[in-house]
Design a protein around this ligand. Sequence first.
Ligand code: SAM
Ligand code: SF4
Ligand code: SF4
Length: 369
Amino acid sequence: METINFANWKKNLINDSNNYNSPICVQYELTARCNLDCKMCYVHNQNSNKLKDQELSTEQWKAIMDDAFNNGMMFATLTGGECLLRHDFKELYLHLWKKGVYITILSNGILIDDELAELLKQHQPEKVRISIYGSTEEGYRNVTGHTGRDRAMNGVKMLRDAGINVQVNVTGSSYIAPDYINTLCYIKEQGFNPLLSELALIPKRNDPESAEHYMKPDDVVSLAHERNRLFRKVYPPCTDLPKIGGDCKKPCSFGMTCNAGRSMAVVCWDGRMMPCASLPSWDGPSLKEMSFADAWKITVEQAKKIVQPAECEGCAYKKACPKCVVMRAEDLYSGHCNSDVCELTKRLVAAGVKKLDKPQENDEDEFEH
Ligand SMILES: C[S@@+](CC[C@H](N)C(=O)[O-])C[C@H]1O[C@@H](n2cnc3c(N)ncnc32)[C@H](O)[C@@H]1O
Ligand code: SF4
Ligand code: SF4
């Protein structure tokens, strides 16, 4: 009998669900509050502690989770802000777990203690992904405004020792750039393989135009080259560079090419539904006002209106370029790509970081930011 591993089984299920618009993956942003203040964070902002009363209650979250489950949810991600700050985190986690849902937790790790590790040991999640924001306490503070590197790494180790599938992530930003490679090496020295995700950031929801938190293109090229040299592989530099962009005469295609709004929904901390957490500003339906099924129908239709950049069709760099339309497009409806992204992709290919004919292996699942 042919056997299939979990990752491939999940991928196949998601691909099938994309064809039927079945919301098999749901991300729950339980809160916008956080115990850190990362300057680049797309959810948390300085005022979010004052917004606590706009968060959904325990009973509201449970009702949404029940509704999502009845509509086909099999994979749930609990995130924030810092989801472990919710007083009812364990209750909500167990509510999902008892339904047999595969659960991923995204956390900064600071609040992990013996009690939580024991609960997760007894009720295993699919995985826990912890972000580490610096190789030293000083570097950590430059990104997050607080110390916490040691507490976060202790959290990672507590989970590992409890037998939990734990992953360690480093998010690239201008603030971590000088410490980025050291942070990857620190994680490796502690006995973990860091996830190597795209170095491009997604826009902050409350300030989509701000650009100071993005890494500079020179840094992206040199840091991606160095991290690939240390942790993955670099290709020979490419000198015979083709022109960018395909045949723009074809009509643009509409809709997402990833899972967003096809098999994945995000329920934001205030109850709005979005196809994906990466979208800058989004007028999504509110689950405070309608059922999950109705909000999902609207979300699917909204996602179908996003326009894929015309230039990307047939472009020689398509495989080397970020898959995410939010990262590639000038904006969601212009139908054109962002020329800065094209230029950066070309530089990454020239430097041997990416290959024209090979999609970049990306450790980060498409549906989890
Ligand atoms: C919003 S956080 C919530 C979970 C948790 N507090 C943490 O920091 O891991 C989820 C993930 O998004 C990343 N992130 C934050 N701001 C981002 C941005 N502007 N672009 C891309 N990723 C970002 C974080 O580093 C983290 O890996
Ligand atoms: S720890 Fe996570 S949620 Fe908190 S500010 Fe940083 S990225 Fe945002
Ligand atoms: S965004 Fe990427 S795929 Fe699209 S035209 Fe530019 S280089 Fe090509």
